[in-house]
Design a binder for this molecule. Structure first.
Ligand SMILES: NC(=O)c1ccc[n+]([C@@H]2O[C@H](COP(=O)([O-])OP(=O)(O)OC[C@H]3O[C@@H](n4cnc5c(N)ncnc54)[C@H](OP(=O)(O)O)[C@@H]3O)[C@@H](O)[C@H]2O)c1
Length: 265
């Protein structure tokens, strides 16, 4: 399916690997020039070179920490300086720790909320004035199903994600009349390094090995498998495109109807 995205530009945060990288690849395959961010410059530059070679699009690596306002503003400024516009914003930079209430530290709570919630707010805040000036754009926040399906072992992510959903609904309401569509996608377990890290920690806290943690995860999903990053990327690319012109203010699950309770007991 041609998404008619050729000639557009995008900023994808948290995109040297995992879901963000898959999103950047999917958009570039549709003819989009993409700026990608991550903290570590070398893997980011490698990812940009690989996507550029595979797609022929301009891929701009922008090393920066989305937990730091000045870095977010610099990445947006430099993307605009290079591409002249940002038609599509996809926020993926997030890494909330799993854990039990009695084990989670003040710092872990702060880091989760600073990156996964405030990082998304900062990025949207920096990009929106340019989208308004250009007459519109599309914003997709990659959030997570625990924002709507709370789970005691994923509470730092769940709280940040619930805040993201509330924020996304608010900006959809405010900026829809200015031509900016805002949607969230809400994955369950996706096969990335982040999921591997979470699964190991989950196994540790539950006193089981990682293969048992995976078995419980798969048992919590009716299809019996976790999601591939490309599946999330396909949904994001569709939402970014004009084919989704009437999809606005939506919070779309992509979790195979995961039942949280089965994962944890
Ligand atoms: N995987 C899942 O099961 C799952 C489920 C639901 C929601 N999600 C959400 O999807 C998003 C992507 O997750 P993922 O699984 O793709 O993670 P991942 O494989 O660990 O990749 C994370 C990417 O974000 C970058 N990143 C991390 N912290 C950053 C920061 N402070 N500033 C800028 N970039 C940063 C990483 O590069 P550097 O380390 O070099 O910065 C990397 O490129 C996250 O928001 C996550 O909460 C994931």
């Amino acid at each position: 399916m041609d998404l008619s995205l050729r000639g557009r530009t995008a900023l994808v945060t948290g995109a040297s690997k995992g879901i963000g990288r898959a999103v950047a690849e999917a958009l570039a395959h549709e003819g989009v020039d993409v700026a990608i961010t991550a903290r570590s410059a070398d893997p980011l530059a490698r990812a940009a070179a690989e996507i550029e070679a595979a797609t022929g699009q301009r891929i701009l690596p922008q090393a920066g920490d989305m937990g730091v306002a000045a870095d977010v503003e610099r990445c947006v400024r430099d993307t605009l300086a290079r591409f002249g516009k940002i038609d599509i914003l996809v926020t993926c930079a997030g890494s909330s720790p799993g854990g039990l209430l009695e084990d989670l530290t003040e710092d872990q709570w702060s880091q989760s909320l600073n990156l996964k919630f405030l990082g998304y707010v900062r990025t949207v805040r920096a990009v929106v004035p340019h989208m308004v000036g250009a007459g519109g754009g599309s914003i997709v926040l990659v959030v997570g199903n625990d924002g709507l399906k709370p789970s005691f072992w994923e509470m730092t992510a769940g709280a940040a994600n619930a805040a993201d959903l509330n924020f996304a609904s608010s900006i959809a309401d405010q900026y829809g009349p200015k031509g900016i569509r805002v949607n969230t996608v809400n994955p369950g377990p996706v096969d990335t390094d982040r999921w591997d890290t979470l699964e190991k920690a989950f196994a540790r806290d539950m006193g089981v090995d990682q293969s048992e943690a995976r078995r419980r995860t798969e048992a919590s999903i009716p299809f019996g498998r976790i999601t591939h990053p490309k599946e999330v990327a396909a949904l994001v690319a569709f939402l970014a495109s004009d084919l989704a012109a009437s999809v606005h203010g939506a919070h779309i699950p992509i979790d195979g109807a995961q039942r949280k309770a089965l994962m944890e007991r």
